[in-house]
Write a protein that binds this ligand. Structure first.
Ligand code: CA
Length: 224
């Protein structure tokens, strides 16, 4: 079992590494959120132990970034903060468990074993960009915490854009993926559906996420 510990305090990370290794785990340590993301995106871990207060990118942004990249490794947050608000935030962002410092190593070990018993990393089912969230398994789309009322095609279209977030998708590719048809250049099928999707996903919100790339297609990303 391989565990990634993301913790900037050397004393704590050394203590965790030694303790976990004594219990048969293979442990990598990252001292910044950025390094943690790089490691977790490059190789599979069975679990990530993630400190919330890190220099630069904190634990919240690390887990958000990982989930957005489709890394669904279970995350156990370690933090000195005990506010209920923070705890709720952690779970909303996709934390699997939460342990408040200072903690007993035996409790950490018990939590880790319990998380690992839930099985291997879950399928990547929740995709996110900013306040937009699509849960593929539950077939549910939310923006700013509100459910978006989408038709099945609109849902598929949004899922495709979000799965390939930041990538410009041509109308041809979209038509093939969503309608399973070869796209005729005079058809405005994609435009029509995209307009309806935008009226639900973007129009009611200040930040627009669906961008048109003239003559090419569409991309889902936040533009300033
Ligand atoms: Ca810290």
């Amino acid at each position: 079992m391989k565990v990634l510990v993301v913790e900037d305090e050397h004393k704590t990370s050394a203590y965790l590494k030694r303790g976990l290794e004594e219990n048969g785990f293979v442990v990598d340590v990252a001292e910044t959120g950025e390094d943690g993301i790089q490691l977790a995106a490059m190789q599979p871990y069975d679990l990530i132990v993630l400190d919330v207060l890190l220099p630069g990118r904190d634990g919240w942004t690390v887990v958000t970034d990982l989930r957005r990249r489709g890394v669904e490794t279970p995350v156990l947050f370690l933090t000195a903060r005990d506010a209920v608000r923070d705890r709720v935030k952690g779970f909303e962002l996709g934390a699997d468990d939460y342990l408040v410092k200072p903690f007993a190593f035996s409790e950490l070990l018990a939590r880790i074993r319990s998380l690992l018993r839930r099985g291997p990393a879950r399928q990547s089912t929740v995709l996110r960009l900013e306040d937009l969230e699509v849960d593929l398994a539950r077939h549910r789309a939310l923006r700013d915490g509100r459910t978006l009322d989408l038709t099945p095609k609109e849902f598929q279209l949004l899922s495709l854009l979000l799965q390939r977030c930041g990538e410009v998708l041509s109308r041809t590719l979209i038509a093939e993926q969503v309608w399973d048809i070869n796209f005729e250049s005079d058809s405005n099928l994609v435009e029509v559906h995209m307009r309806r999707l935008r009226s639900k996903v973007d129009d009611p919100f200040e930040t627009k996420l669906i961008q048109t790339v003239r003559g090419v297609g569409y991309v889902l990303e936040k533009r300033a």
